[in-house]
Design a binder for this molecule. Structure first.
Ligand SMILES: *[C@@H]1O[C@H](CO)[C@@H](O)[C@H](O)[C@H]1NC(C)=O
Ligand SMILES: *[C@@H]1O[C@H](CO)[C@@H](O)[C@H](O)[C@H]1NC(C)=O
Length: 371
């Protein structure tokens, strides 16, 4: 998980001499290591004090928005913890499990350099997370620049009949508008396949939140007769968006750029229909089986797997056929619970042992396999 840390200004400490020797090396390293862009995602790790100049990886447009709306950045930062958590929930039983790197400005590391399905998901859920966090903050009255949706006034009707708009309707369009300006700013600066892919998936994420807006109502009238209703539009739980985007991840469409580089088309000839509401990716995913620093894959050695499952969390799939180790662990659970008059439940602590299976590491170091 992310930690709260202050970003240190570079060159603020360290022995002078060491710096003198290291600098050329560092510059060389920077020149020959393909750069992993840091991202606004890192705002989530900064905690309570968002200082726009100190956030690495914001492009100019984002820095300006940050300076103009520090309160929105606060919400975006808090939201980041939530969507990262949702991503980890959705992928907890997968080889790639959405893990973050501590104190790393890129947040997810080099895996995101590849234009894979996983990258598609992360871009979508992150921009959905911004919409969600901002919209909620608007409704809670935490932000200067927005509030409840003022367009929802007067009379309206649904399948159950007439109702009056009342309460506070979530202003999702404000969230979408700001998320689009802020999140898309980096991708708008370049025109390549990856930028197009990110923009498309960002949009899918934003729309996913809007899709699950629901009407909530309160009944008035004689003894709950519901002759009169007051209703407002509210966002559903973010889990709905997470589940939806996870399904979209499963169905994601591989695309290639069209000839003039202004758009893309499905790579498979069999794909019928439109990619408009689908997640899209350009490159196949690695298998994420082995630790591979250049690809940012952590590998699955040591991951817990389920011996009786045939799915992604099964030991066969999770461990990529390398086999698994079994350890017996003692587990304490509540048991023999009794209802005690009145009104509590008393339980005993029971101990049992369970087998925990974890994936074996790769047999030999990678460099031995090169021969
Ligand atoms: C995710 O995977 C990494 C590396 O394989 C592992 O260290 C981490 O514990 C996993 N996280 C969860 C929640 O399983
Ligand atoms: C393991 O997988 C089986 C079959 O899918 C499932 O019934 C069981 O609940 C799983 N066990 C755990 C601990 O997740």
């Amino acid at each position: 998980m992310l930690e709260l840390r202050k970003v240190r200004r570079s060159g603020s400490s360290g022995p002078e001499r060491a710096q003198g020797i290291c600098l050329p090396f560092i510059l060389l390293l920077l020149m020959f290591t393909p750069s992993v862009d840091s991202s606004w995602w890192y705002i989530g790790a900064l905690g309570a004090r968002v200082i726009c100049d100190n956030i690495p990886g914001l492009v100019n447009k984002q820095r300006q928005l940050c300076q103009r709306h520090p309160d929105l950045m606060q919400s975006i930062g808090e939201g980041a913890k939530e969507w990262i958590h949702e991503c980890q929930h959705q992928f907890q039983h997968h080889r790639w499990n959405c893990s973050t790197l501590e104190r790393d400005h890129t947040v997810f590391g080099r895996v995101m350099l590849r234009s894979s399905r996983e990258a598609a998901f992360v871009y979508a859920i992150s921009s959905a997370g911004v919409v969600y966090a901002l919209t909620r903050a608007c409704s809670l009255g935490e932000l200067k620049s927005c509030g409840c949706d003022t367009h929802k006034r007067g009379r309206a009707h649904d399948e159950l009949g007439d109702f009056d708009w009342g309460g506070c309707s979530d202003n999702v369009n404000y969230g979408i508008k700001f998320a689009k300006a802020f999140v898309d700013a980096r991708e708008r600066m370049v025109k390549d396949a990856r930028a197009l892919m990110n923009l498309h998936n960002n949009r899918c994420g934003r729309m996913a939140v809007k899709r699950f807006m629901k009407l909530e109502c309160k009944c008035h009238g004689v003894s709950g007769s519901c002759a009169l209703r007051t209703c407002w539009l509210a966002m559903s739980d973010f889990r709905r968006t997470g589940d939806y985007l996870r399904k979209k991840y499963n169905m994601a469409v591989e695309v290639t750029m069209n000839q003039d580089g202004t758009g893309f088309m499905a790579a498979g000839r069999n794909f019928k229909g439109t990619t408009k509401n689908e997640l899209v990716y350009v490159e196949n995913s690695p298998d994420y089986c082995l630790m591979d620093r250049t690809a940012g894959s952590l590998g699955t050695a040591g991951r817990v797997c389920n011996k009786s499952s045939k799915g992604m969390d099964g030991c066969e799939v999770m461990c990529c056929g390398r086999g698994y180790d079994t350890t017996r662990v003692k587990r304490v659970t509540k048991c023999e619970c009794r209802f005690k008059w009145c009104c509590s439940v008393e339980c005993q602590d029971c101990e049992d042992t369970v087998d925990v299976h974890t994936c074996k590491p790769h047999k030999r170091p990678d460099w031995l396999d090169l021969t």
